[in-house]
Design a protein around this ligand. Structure first.
Ligand code: RET
Length: 254
């Protein structure tokens, strides 16, 4: 047994999986932070803010995963670290996509604040639901409100102005923009599913026959894997887009 204390009431192999996930996330976020910092000058000045945001996102997450890992080991538990992390990082994730999207400066100035506010509200309204008792209508209602903000963000990124800018580009940049959009859709999809699975009384958990500790394992491991893909993984594709644009525009790193 790896843990002296087991704050989430997991069984041996479940606790090990969650423990290993947290440990891996600390490493991935920490190295992502360093990597994006040193990669910043490889791209043209107009794209550097996107790479800086990737470094910020990974740095913020390395800290929070360190705290999450630490408290899991010490026997305490507070879901707040995850939500504090998302509150800071999710607006940055959408903002950095706009930087490399090819949208004009004026259009970006208009759409970025809307996306950032919607992302903040999506996370802020998820928290009261996440911390409500299992099987309550509070959990469902906040989950639905949060989901509406998520749909708005996805609408902008797939069908709105940003969506059109992302879709209209060809060649290597166009392909990478497509990849990043689908990575975003796939990883973001994990969160509401993990939220539903995390409630052992939900229709999904009951249908799958998940017990209490199975549901907790699903939510914790699910969020962790999605975070690693959505932060350093996504940051790598954003860096690739920024590099491809910089090259196409004739920028040569010193
Ligand atoms: C919550 C509550 C239930 C409803 C919805 C949610 C969505 C969460 C999302 C989180 C994205 C986090 C990211 C983190 C990056 O590392 C809050 C679970 C819709 C989409 C991308």
């Amino acid at each position: 047994m790896l843990l002296a204390a087991n704050p989430l009431g997991l069984e041996g192999s479940q606790a090990e999986l969650v423990y290993n996930g947290f440990s891996f996330a600390v490493a991935a976020m920490g190295i992502g932070f360093v990597f994006f910092l040193v990669s910043r000058n490889r791209v043209a000045p107009q794209y550097r803010s996107a790479v800086t945001m990737s470094a910020m996102i990974c740095g913020i997450a390395a800290y929070h995963y360190w705290r999450i890992f630490g408290q899991f080991n010490s026997g305490e538990w507070n879901e707040g670290y995850r939500y504090a992390d998302w509150l800071l990082t999710v607006p940055l994730l959408v903002a950095e996509l706009v930087v490399v999207s090819g949208l004009s400066k004026e259009a970006a100035k208009k759409v970025t604040p809307r996306l950032v506010v919607a992302a903040l509200l999506m996370i802020a309204t998820g928290y009261p639901g996440e911390t409500a008792a299992d099987g309550t209508s509070t959990r469902t209602v906040w989950g639905i409100i949060s989901g509406l903000f998520m749909l708005y963000v996805l609408y902008e990124l797939f069908a709105g102005e940003v969506g059109k800018a992302l879709k209209s580009q060809s060649g290597e940049v166009g392909k990478k923009l497509n990849n990043v959009r689908y990575l975003l859709l796939f990883t973001w999809g994990v969160y509401p599913i993990a939220y539903i699975l995390g409630d052992k009384d939900s229709w999904l958990s009951s249908t799958l026959g998940l017990g209490d500790s199975d549901a907790t394992t699903a939510i914790q491991f699910g969020y962790t894997v999605a975070d690693v893909l959505a932060k350093p993984g996504y940051g790598l594709i954003i860096l690739g887009i920024a590099l491809a644009r910089s090259n196409a525009e004739g920028y040569r790193a010193a």
